[in-house]
Design a protein around this ligand. Structure first.
Ligand SMILES: NC(=O)c1ccc[n+]([C@@H]2O[C@H](COP(=O)([O-])OP(=O)(O)OC[C@H]3O[C@@H](n4cnc5c(N)ncnc54)[C@H](OP(=O)(O)O)[C@@H]3O)[C@@H](O)[C@H]2O)c1
Length: 274
């Protein structure tokens, strides 16, 4: 088993300059864990927040800390009782653990096998590593929290970004009507992913524009942008509709609003569906 891994890591909180590249020990394989040789690791906005120390109060960082929560790679070894995957299996994972210490920006990653799913074969390693965090966020927001159904409608704020792009595709695959909100330059991209309608948060009054498309409003607002765009979108919600946000935890929202904040969780079964 590999004893040393080349990795990107940091030893104190701060800006990008705190990142070093060097060699660190690979943790011993424990019960139920596998060793993955990393082929690609996805980068998300949260990685910067972790490095700056903003999440430390609820996801503690242990230095030296290797960041990174997205991975696609090959199983090369497995610990006692880890039998779901065998060496050579190509896998991907959202690898967030209770603490930040041995993340995915490394050559080797030790991870409980319960985090893994077989990776999609029709896309590249890099594409596969870009899916878990944003894909699970979109899935859990739209379906676990939002209970989006085939004949319903969803307004996605920040629909051209990492989470929103997966949100459009998952909502369309479900059979819902999708209105995507982003800047004009990204409207063709959102349409190519399946958005039925697109709006520009710089030039459209979102709620009014939604009501021109769907006079009763939408069943679900999926908020990946927050701020002023969220505030001016709220009247677009149908009576009985729901707001699901991955940014707003309830700040400045009407008290009677049907609202849920989502913080994405690892989920192997949902990765397999994705
Ligand atoms: N709670 C969780 O579990 C969770 C999970 C994943 C991500 N997040 C957070 O959610 C946010 C989005 O993540 P991401 O990976 O999708 O980020 P991203 O790839 O940077 O996408 C950001 C999106 O927001 C849009 N946007 C920017 N300013 C906007 C505005 N004023 N009004 C409406 N849309 C606006 C962008 O559109 P244009 O480029 O067209 O401007 C783009 O579509 C990040 O802050 C991330 O940290 C939270």
């Amino acid at each position: 088993m590999a004893k040393i891994t080349k990795a990107a890591y940091f030893e104190e909180f701060g800006s990008l300059e705190k990142i070093k590249v060097g060699s660190l020990p690979v943790p011993e394989l424990k019960e139920g864990e596998v060793l993955v040789q990393v082929k690609a690791a996805g980068i998300n906005p949260v990685d910067a927040a972790v490095r700056e120390g903003y999440l430390n109060s609820f996801i503690p960082v242990i230095f030296p800390a290797i960041p990174g929560w997205d991975v696609a790679g090959v199983v090369v070894d497995r610990g006692y009782s880890a039998r779901r995957f065998k060496p050579g299996d190509e896998v991907y994972a959202y690898a967030r653990r209770p603490m930040v210490q041995n993340g995915t920006f490394a050559e080797y990653l030790v991870i409980p096998e319960s985090y893994l799913a077989l990776r999609p074969q029709q896309i590249t390693w890099e594409e596969a590593a870009g899916i878990p965090l944003v894909g699970l966020t979109a899935y859990q927001s739209l379906f676990d929290a939002g209970n989006l159904q085939a004949n319903q409608s969803v307004l996605i704020l920040g629909a051209s970004g990492g989470v929103g792009s997966l949100g459009i595709q998952l909502a369309k695959a479900k059979g819902a009507t999708v209105i995507g909100v982003a800047t004009r330059k990204n409207h063709d991209h959102m349409c190519s992913l399946g958005a039925d309608h697109t709006l520009d948060y710089n030039n459209d009054l979102i709620a009014e524009a939604v009501k021109e498309i769907l006079p009763d409003g939408v069943d679900l607002i999926f908020d990946c942008a927050s701020g002023e765009t969220l505030q001016q979108s709220l009247p677009a919600l149908k009576a009985g509709g729901k707001l699901v946000s991955i940014l707003n935890r309830g700040e400045n929202l009407p008290p009677d609003l049907n609202f849920e904040y989502v913080f994405v969780e690892p989920n192997s079964a949902q990765l397999t569906i994705l």
